[in-house]
Design a protein around this ligand. Structure first.
Ligand code: SF4
Length: 448
């Protein structure tokens, strides 16, 4: 079994959680469909978003230089990091030089990818994630399980228990509104005591040198307007040419992520406010290597909306932690092997290749094609386990021969029901019919 399969097995062992998680994530996918239906030009917007990203990536070095020039002119300091290690050192260096020991952070998948929290904590800096879901998983000392809804794998009762232990809320309190109020009080103190604020970056505008951060909780705004230092961390792929193109992505992002017409707060930062400092850390961490690979290049168009996670039948039924990486789901399964192909060789197989991810992606990334390409590449590099290779060869042989397919189908109908199948047991599926669909159909249309 691959690492993903092993972790997924423990997730599906909890039948109730599996069904509940599946439903909760699918609910968000449905909300996205409704929101999308109110935009008649949706498909054109998707094409436009994809083309803008393709254009920007094709001139990335020029746009990065233009962005740096304009950000410096606006008064920000710009730092360049080749990889996660350099990124962590740069952020730590900024904080150390200014004697900062308390940092508040809004949601940033890049800093998850770089394991920034761990690095800063090892160096004596208190880091407080201020997005509610992020704070919940941080208090549990676990990573987020979803890009947009980091604690979607948890029930409100579990959060109630956690808050009772860590924040002193009454025993058994599980009302979401009251729990949110408790978190708000706890976080307000952290905001007031913070010496620096760190945010991610949803979009960076080359023509203005500004960065844009989208949140629903306003935590990025508080975290950057109270302390005197703002650090914004961004991957090189976050660029858009100008505010005109930004408008396309703002329309696509919120609808694809949560089914909202717009995120509650879309905050623009163009240089520091008077008397404060702003630092922008631009990180590569393997992105230019992806850019150099034509078959995978378009994965850099990703705007981290998580629509591909919400629709993925494997993600919904195996949970985000089963992927073992900061970005789970189809897009994570494409990005992770670029960082460590051996370690993450199982992830491209965590997909049914149904193509639903590609259908919902707001920037038209051909996700299922790239997952398929990875499978071939991993097999060619000898990184696919022998058992999987044997099963795949047998399946390919059978599927290429209709007579063999029929024969195996008949055999399965005889043998299948006698073989214990943990999946059918756990998912409450009806037993496999003993007769073929064709036979059932004949009975229905030609009743005796
Ligand atoms: S790959 Fe597409 S659908 Fe998935 S998170 Fe990125 S932009 Fe969203």
């Amino acid at each position: 079994m691959t690492d993903h399969a092993q972790r997924a097995a423990s997730f599906v062992a909890d039948d109730a959680r599996l069904h509940w998680h599946d439903k909760a994530v699918w609910f968000v996918r449905n909300k996205r469909d409704v929101a999308r239906s109110f935009v008649p030009e949706w498909e054109e917007l998707r094409s436009l978003g994809s083309q803008i990203k393709a254009h920007t990536l094709s001139r990335l070095a020029d746009y990065l230089e233009q962005f740096e020039r304009n950000a410096l002119a606006a008064g920000a300091k710009v730092h360049w990091a080749r990889d996660a290690g350099e990124h962590n050192q740069i952020v730590h260096g900024i904080l150390r030089e200014r004697g900062v020991t308390r940092l508040v952070k809004s949601k940033s998948m890049l800093t998850e990818e770089c394991h920034l929290n761990e690095h800063l904590e090892e160096n004596g800096i208190e880091v407080v994630d201020t997005d509610l879901g992020e704070r919940i998983v941080q208090l549990r000392r676990e990573p987020p399980s979803h890009i947009v809804m980091p604690a979607i794998h948890l029930k409100k009762e579990e959060i109630g228990e956690l808050f009772h232990e860590r924040l002193g809320t009454p025993v058994g309190l599980s009302d979401p509104k009251k729990l949110t109020e408790a978190a708000r009080g706890h976080l307000r103190e952290k905001f007031l005591g913070a010496q620096a604020g760190l945010t991610g970056v949803n979009f960076a505008i080359a023509s203005t040198g500004g960065v844009v951060v989208c949140t629903n909780e306003g935590n990025a705004d508080l975290g950057t307007s109270l302390p005197p230092i703002h650090i914004a961390c961004m991957g090189v792929e976050k660029l858009v040419p100008s505010p005109r193109e930004l408008a396309v992505f703002l329309r696509l992002l919120a609808r694809s992520a949560t089914g909202q017409p717009i995120t509650t707060y879309t905050s623009h930062f163009h240089g520091p406010r008077p008397g404060a400092e702003m630092h922008i850390v631009i990180v590569d961490h393997g992105r230019s290597a992806i850019l150099a690979r034509e078959e995978y290049r378009s994965s850099l168009k990703c705007i981290r909306c998580a629509a591909c996670l919400n629709t993925c039948p494997v993600y919904r039924r195996s949970g985000g932690h089963s992927y073992g990486v900061s970005v789970a789901g189809p897009i994570g399964s494409i990005l992770a092997p670029h960082v460590d192909a051996k370690k993450h060789a199982g992830l491209p197989f965590a997909s049914s290749l149904c193509g639903s991810c590609s259908d919902v992606c707001p920037v038209r990334i051909d996700l299922h094609h790239q997952l398929f390409a990875w499978r071939g590449e991993l097999a060619a590099r000898g990184l696919v386990p022998v058992q999987k290779r044997i099963v795949s060869r047998i399946a390919a042989w059978v599927l290429a021969r209709p007579w063999a397919y029929r024969l195996f189908g008949k055999l399965f109908r005889v043998v299948g029901p006698r073989v214990p199948n943990p999946w059918t047991r756990q998912r409450d599926l009806p037993p496999m019919p003993r007769e073929s669909f064709r036979a059932q159909w004949r009975k229905r249309v030609q009743p005796r």
